[in-house]
Design a protein around this ligand. Structure first.
Ligand SMILES: *Cc1c(COP(=O)(O)O)cnc(C)c1O
Length: 393
């Protein structure tokens, strides 16, 4: 069943981009300032400092002016040279995809790939590093969103650091929704953005860059310079007396600033708690409906996205179409390898609230019933409520 509708969605419970917070939308509509106006330069510096506080780093993060794929490609292009041996860790579509970017810059690529419902075992990384002392860069995706699974990046960061290699982390869909930051995983380059758990639109990248990574990029003659993909060009952009290499995304910066303010004023720990609770309620509800989680083990299921295995005999796209048409609820499909095999309920930023877990269970259960399945929608709701009630007790 295809659906063509111009009716707006009632609830967008996707794994990103997500509906932005209302306050962020209002900030986007502020007058567009001239980028060389000292007031804008000062505002830019302040926003970058809020990002530093949110990312719990010493060093001011780099803001790049395109959605996080820009930062990921830029990290590969800036950090990886033909002399490097890269160990790419692939537990899903994004992790796998980073290996292709890495391969543009060096012929020496090693990979650990696990089934896309599992996570990377740290022992395998350690063994590979011992076997290949020449590994100089390791790349990993923290939350591989099309699988809704989490990799143990802090443990991976430890073994990579002991080995002396540089770690590139894609934390786009985990940062802001759980306890993660560039320093806790000892990342050389940590890539994230506002369009997932910070509840702002897609359009910017936030990069945590370590001192060693800066040194390596500066010494790399092939690292992009005078380019949209350059990290080096933006090194000093947050210093109010320095010029921007080109015009920053002024409106997006206003949105990011507000999103960071919301995050910091609510308190990161409380924000993570509401993501974790919403996810726990979703997982309980999904299982009580009689469905299976995609993650091989519940302990690796993401607190920011719940991926549900498509039940036998159900056409996944039809199921999402029913949820969209009858209930106005938009879920995410899988991507690449996971397309058709699972449905993703996002709980990121504004949708990381337990009431949305209930809406998700109702829309999912209702859509499956519409397709002739005998799921117990009421059991799903009861199980989700029980998780919410327990956390309030
Ligand atoms: C969303 C996301 C990105 C950004 O990429 P898009 O595919 O353009 O949305 C990168 N990495 C991960 C893990 C993401 O979830």
């Amino acid at each position: 069943m295809r659906y063509e509708t111009d009716k707006p969605a009632v609830l967008t419970l996707t794994a990103g981009p997500v509906n932005a917070y209302d306050a962020v939308l209002r900030a986007l509509s502020r007058p567009v300032q001239y980028d060389y106006d000292p007031a804008f330069q000062l505002a830019y510096a302040r926003t970058a400092d809020k990002a530093r506080e949110a990312m719990r780093t010493e060093r001011v993060p780099v803001i790049m002016h395109g959605e996080p794929v820009l930062g990921l490609e830029a990290a590969a292009a800036s950090l990886i040279t033909a002399d490097d041996t890269v160990l790419n860790l692939a537990s899903g579509v994004y992790g796998k995809g980073f290996g292709y970017w890495a391969a543009r810059h060096t012929a020496n690529i090693l990979e650990i790939e696990v089934p896309y419902n599992e996570s990377i075992p740290v022992e395998a990384v350690e063994a590979m590093l011992n076997q290949h002392p020449e590994i100089s860069v390791v790349s990993v995706c923290h939350h591989d969103t099309p699988s809704g699974t989490i990799n143990p990046i802090e443990e991976i960061g430890n073994v990579v650091s002991v080995h002396g290699a540089l770690l590139i982390v894609d934390a786009v869909s985990s940062f802001g929704g759980m306890d993660t930051n560039p320093e806790s995983c000892q990342a050389a380059v940590y890539v994230t953005g506002p369009n997932k758990c910070l509840g702002a639109p897609p359009g910017l990248t936030l990069l945590g860059v370590s001192e060693r990574a800066w040194e390596k990029m500066r010494a790399n003659p092939a690292a992009p310079r005078a380019s949209f993909m350059s990290i080096l060009d933006w090194e000093h952009a947050a210093e109010p007396d320095k010029d921007f290499p080109f015009t920053p995304s002024v409106a997006e910066m206003n949105g990011l600033d507000r999103a960071l303010e919301l995050y910091l004023s609510e308190g990161p720990e409380r924000v993570w708690e509401r993501h974790a609770l919403t996810a726990a309620a979703c997982r309980a509800g999904v299982q009580a409906l009689g469905l299976e989680l995609w993650a091989a083990d519940e302990t690796i299921a993401s607190p920011t996205t719940t991926a549900v295995r498509t039940p036998d005999g159900i056409d996944e796209s039809q199921m999402r179409a029913c949820a969209r048409e009858r209930y106005g609820v938009v879920f995410s499909a899988g991507r690449g390898e996971t397309l058709g095999k699972l449905t993703r309920i996002g709980h990121m930023g504004p949708t990381a609230h337990p009431v949305h877990a209930l809406s998700a269970i109702v829309a999912l259960g209702g859509a499956l019933r519409q397709l002739g399945s005998d799921v117990k929608a009421g059991d799903g709701v009861d199980a989700a409520l029980a998780v919410i009630e327990q956390s309030a007790a």
